[in-house]
Design a protein around this ligand. Structure first.
Ligand SMILES: [Zn+2]
Length: 395
């Protein structure tokens, strides 16, 4: 079965309904609801949305325990990013195929294999006749890639759990923290004139050059001294410009340049602090240039606004899951922070200790010929099943 569940497509809803039906058939208590996007997106702490969605489905499945143990949440996003340049793929991105140990296809690594692992971990426990003391919840969520709509909606509905494991691709290591990412747009103004008289105009492209240089310096400054969990990354908190658009005619001096990018948010830093850092840097730059002083760069924060998030690496969730992985898989997982934003920060922000643990290399995510190891997917399911017994207790 193939579901091209890119954000804002009909398949993003189909996959939620598919899982709800499958889990009902498995005998779980399943709730589904239509997410009220208009109502949620008007809230001040709404995490943002970058695609045009007018409907979305919430799903939550519960495997009730005997009622005297902690509740464990397994949460996986079902949305995937678009395939990018089709020529870079060796086959149809949405026709999944297996080559050796690799399952290839858009979303295989990020993160349908992980979502399958959490499902089959629970199914294995049920099939083995295990009864747990605490509840285990399965939450498939939409809209993670562009902000976190699905998890935000779950939390706004009053979701409660004592811990959460997100099987995002970690190559079976443990990621209890991640940096955030804030999407920004800058507008640089110029003055249009005929290119043959260019010295009488002001090129927005030329004025963008020092802006870009300032952003490069800002990135370096913000990565000077990072949290020990993040030290494995060459750049823990990347600041990257992803799009630049300027001008509308080759022989006109361009009067407007619009660039969009993402600013990494450090562990322990609030999004407001990170925004102020970039705004102050560009304000300082503009003050040094007569044109920019009069026509300052305009900064807009839009789309995904991912805060950073951190579960203490010494927390029992991290320790116990690490012990379980060592026992079941005979490997010692590394523990480190991720440089990407994820739903972890929303859950940690709601007081639910959360860790990423899943199959797949994060470098394969969002890439052509995205792939995941089938062996590691099964290994993840085994470890999750064992951990549910450790965490929620066997009745
Ligand atoms: Zn993901």
């Amino acid at each position: 079965m193939a579901m091209p569940s890119m954000g804002a497509t009909a398949a993003e809803i189909d996959i939620q309904d598919f899982l709800a039906d499958a889990w009902r058939a498995d005998g779980l208590d399943v709730q589904t609801w239509d997410i009220d996007i208009a109502e949620l997106s008007a809230r001040p702490d709404f995490p943002g949305m970058e695609v045009d969605r007018n409907c979305a489905r919430g799903v939550l499945a519960r495997w009730p325990g005997t009622g005297d143990g902690p509740t464990l949440l397994f949460l996986g996003h079902t949305d995937v990013v678009p395939p990018g340049d089709l020529a870079a793929w060796s086959g149809d991105p949405f026709a999944p195929r297996i080559a050796g140990d690799r399952l290839l296809g858009r979303g295989s690594c990020d993160m349908k294999a992980g979502t399958a692992a959490m499902w089959f971990a629970l199914r294995a426990l049920r099939d083995a006749g295990v009864r747990l003391r605490g509840d285990v919840l399965l939450a498939p969520v939409c809209g993670e890639e562009d902000g976190g709509l699905g998890t935000y909606a779950l939390l706004q509905r009053g979701l409660r759990a004592d811990a959460c494991v997100i099987p995002e691709p970690t190559n079976l290591d443990l990621i209890p923290a991640n940096g955030g990412a804030l999407t920004f747009r800058v507008r640089v103004r110029g003055l249009a004139t005929h290119a043959s008289r260019r010295t009488e105009g002001v090129s927005a492209i030329a004025k963008f050059v020092p802006v870009l240089e300032e952003l490069v310096r800002l990135e370096a400054r913000r990565n000077d001294n990072v949290d020990p969990l993040m030290q494995r990354w060459p750049i823990a908190y990347p600041l990257s410009v992803g799009t630049v658009h300027a001008g509308d005619w080759s022989s006109t001096v361009p009067d407007l340049l619009i660039a969009e990018g993402r600013l990494g948010v450090a562990l322990g830093e609030t999004p407001a602090q990170a925004r102020a850092d970039l705004e102050d840097a560009l304000a300082g730059l503009c003050a040094t240039d007569p044109w920019l002083a009069e026509h300052p760069v305009e900064i807009e924060w839009w789309g995904g606004q991912f805060a950073s998030g951190r579960t203490d690496p010494g927390h029992s969730l991290v320790r116990d899951l690490s012990d379980t992985i060592r026992e079941v898989l005979d490997r010692t997982p590394q523990v480190y922070g991720g440089p990407f934003g994820s739903d972890l920060r929303l859950l940690v922000g709601a007081g639910i200790p959360t860790v990423h643990f899943g199959p797949g290399e994060s470098a394969a995510a969002h890439a052509p010929d995205e792939w995941v190891s089938t062996t590691d997917t099964v290994a993840c399911a085994r470890a999750l099943a064992a951990f549910a017994m450790v965490f929620s207790g066997v009745a």
